[in-house]
Design a protein around this ligand. Structure first.
Ligand SMILES: C[S@@+](CC[C@H](N)C(=O)[O-])C[C@H]1O[C@@H](n2cnc3c(N)ncnc32)[C@H](O)[C@@H]1O
Length: 270
């Protein structure tokens, strides 16, 4: 017995045993890799310049959702309960909505998507500009906001305004169909700004425009919570990602509280 144990020990040190151990350990590593999610590479890490990469922080502004995109915090979505605030009579004085709509230079017959339409205050101003041959598509993620719009459509017998229920990642618009996308005090609330911008850009006709209307973060006098304001530089950084195919066209800065930042989708090449 003593001799056979000694012999076994001797055998275990043999070359064949070393090879066996190597083969078994390699098989175990491959099995583990097959069952695990892919390891994060450096390019998966949050980066200031990359689109579609979100960061989550536990310390953040209470008016934000703790999710950050390209360095800024995303704001909470304004609930249906605050719809009255959108309809406040002093809004025209404070924000000059009629000046804003005039600055969009709309033409009769155009198709406009008012994304994040809320209760539709601006949608119906636009409907007058595009006329009976045109159309306003009111997109929102809250059905209760769209219900308010539907009621106004019925009461006013308005035929050129429709509602579209979007999702946080998609506005639900058909590709290549829209002349202008308007977002008034909305973009900073998008939970998935990158995914939304990709779809919004795809929804534009060649040469179509996308308008960001955001409270000016550069101006401390604008009485709005910080995460509900954006700088022009930040909007340009996010909308200017090359894969979105949008080119900055102009910024109109003469509204009392907001800037109107317009981008254009490249026209189709002949
Ligand atoms: C502050 S309100 C502005 C409403 C309207 N644009 C106005 O100025 O009267 C923002 C609206 O954006 C909507 N919203 C937020 N995220 C959205 C998304 N991903 N897609 C569509 N609408 C969204 C909200 O439900 C809310 O009705």
């Amino acid at each position: 017995m003593r001799l056979s144990l000694y012999r076994l020990f001797d055998l275990l040190h043999g070359t064949w045993f070393v090879l066996l151990v190597l083969v078994l350990s390699r098989a175990a590593i491959s099995a583990d890799k097959a069952g695990s999610p892919p390891l994060k590479t450096k390019s998966d890490a949050p980066a200031a310049t990359a689109g579609g990469v979100y960061e989550f922080r536990t310390k953040h502004d209470p008016n934000g959702i703790g999710k950050f995109y390209m360095g800024r915090e995303i704001a909470h979505v304004m609930g249906f309960i605050a719809a009255d605030w959108l309809e406040r009579p002093e809004r025209e004085d404070e924000e000059k909505l009629t000046t804003l709509v005039a600055a969009l230079d709309l033409k009769p017959g155009q198709i406009v998507a008012d994304v994040g339409a809320g209760s539709g205050v601006i949608s119906f101003l636009i409907a007058d500009e595009v006329g009976p041959e045109g159309k306003v598509l009111c997109v929102d993620v809250q059905q209760k906001m769209l219900d308010l719009i539907t009621r106004k459509i019925r009461e006013g017998k308005i035929e050129n305004v429709d509602t579209v229920l979007g999702t946080p990642k998609s506005p639900g618009l058909k590709a290549g169909t829209v002349d202008l996308i308007l977002m008034v005090d909305v973009y900073h609330e998008f939970e998935f700004p990158y995914e939304m911008l990709r779809e919004l850009s795809a929804a534009l006709k060649p040469g179509g425009r996308i308008a960001f209307v955001e409270y000016r973060l550069e101006d401390p006098e604008v009485p709005i919570k910080l995460v509900h304001k954006m700088t022009e530089v930040q909007v340009k950084r996010e909308a200017g990602l090359p894969e979105l195919g949008l080119r900055w066209k102009e910024t109109i800065g003469d509204l009392p509280r907001q800037h109107l930042i317009l981008f254009e989708k490249a026209a189709a090449t002949p």
